[in-house]
Design a protein around this ligand. Structure first.
Ligand SMILES: Nc1nc2c(ncn2[C@@H]2O[C@H](COP(=O)(O)OP(=O)(O)OP(=O)(O)O)[C@@H](O)[C@H]2O)c(=O)[nH]1
Ligand SMILES: [Mg+2]
Length: 253
């Protein structure tokens, strides 16, 4: 079974995108399941086939160990890794071709801690990729866009999985704004100019150098504009994901 890890900053649209991708794939008769890896999720826009919350109870951890919400999330993620075999079995039992993994809003829980790395490595031996979700209304500010470039590069550096980029919530931005962001991805000089306009030539030196380094190694190719709400760009995103996972072949293990 192949795996796509949906990763992105808090509130970027990961869970809604997971739901929409799943619904789209099921409509096209793809065999897909969802795994919720966010122990702190209260309400999800889909009903996960396998749910980390069945293995760890964040409220109980807070009560038993007198932890705050973030400490409990850290502990819950480590405990989830301890339950990896059970989680893996539950996913394998579904016999699906693809698992969409909805990761926690606190990106560091999944991407930077050992437990997340263990889960990403051991969940399946088949092909894996990251769908890195950027919040379009947030990223139309070049400073936020570049912060997401850094974060996506840091996630890559840690997980070493191929990445596909989704410009989520495209319905909340104008076509011009989306085009501008696509232009930044295509031509780093456009991003450098936008950064200079935004914070000035001197203040943008480090950001520009880092952007150049990230795009220079080909780490941040053009994102795909999607709206999970309006169901646009989903076909294109899935096509990019398939290309990344299997060089364009149908997803069959
Ligand atoms: N207009 C619009 N809103 C969206 C879209 N996708 C998500 N949202 C909204 O953005 C908010 C966050 O969406 P989620 O999918 O919960 O984001 P998340 O990244 O899973 O959030 P955390 O798990 O808390 O980090 C919700 O209010 C969604 O309804 C979209 O395509 N269009
Ligand atoms: Mg979520």
């Amino acid at each position: 079974m192949h795996a796509a890890f949906i990763v992105g900053m808090a509130g970027s649209g990961k869970s809604v995108l997971t739901a929409t991708l799943r619904d789209h794939l099921r409509l096209t008769e793809q065999d897909v399941v969802t795994l919720n890896l966010d122990p702190g999720a209260t309400v999800l826009p889909y009903s996960p086939d396998v749910d980390v919350r069945s293995f760890v109870d964040i409220q109980k951890l807070m009560d038993d160990y007198e932890l705050g919400p973030n400490g409990a999330l850290l502990m819950a993620t480590d405990l989830a890794a301890d339950n990896l075999e059970e989680i893996k079995e539950a996913i394998e039992e579904t016999g699906s071709d693809l698992v969409l993994v909805d990761t926690p809003g606190q990106i560091e829980l999944f991407a930077f801690r050992n437990s997340g790395l263990c889960i990403s490595r051991a969940l399946t031996d088949d092909l894996k990729a990251v769908v890195y979700v950027l919040d379009s209304p947030f990223c139309r500010d070049p400073l936020n866009y570049i912060s997401n470039m850094f974060l996506a590069a840091a996630v890559y550096n840690r997980l070493l999985l191929p990445q596909v980029y989704a410009l989520a919530k495209a319905d909340l931005t104008t076509v011009e704004e989306i085009d501008q962001m696509l232009g930044w991805a295509e031509d780093v000089e456009q991003l450098e100019l936008a950064l200079e306009d935004r914070i000035g030539k001197t203040a943008s030196i480090i950001a520009k150098e880092l952007a150049r380094a990230i795009s220079g190694v080909g780490l941040f190719p053009e994102p795909i504009a999607v709206s999970a709400k309006e169901e646009t760009g989903i076909v294109e995103l899935y096509a990019a994901l398939t290309r990344t996972l299997t060089a364009g072949e149908e997803l069959r293990p």
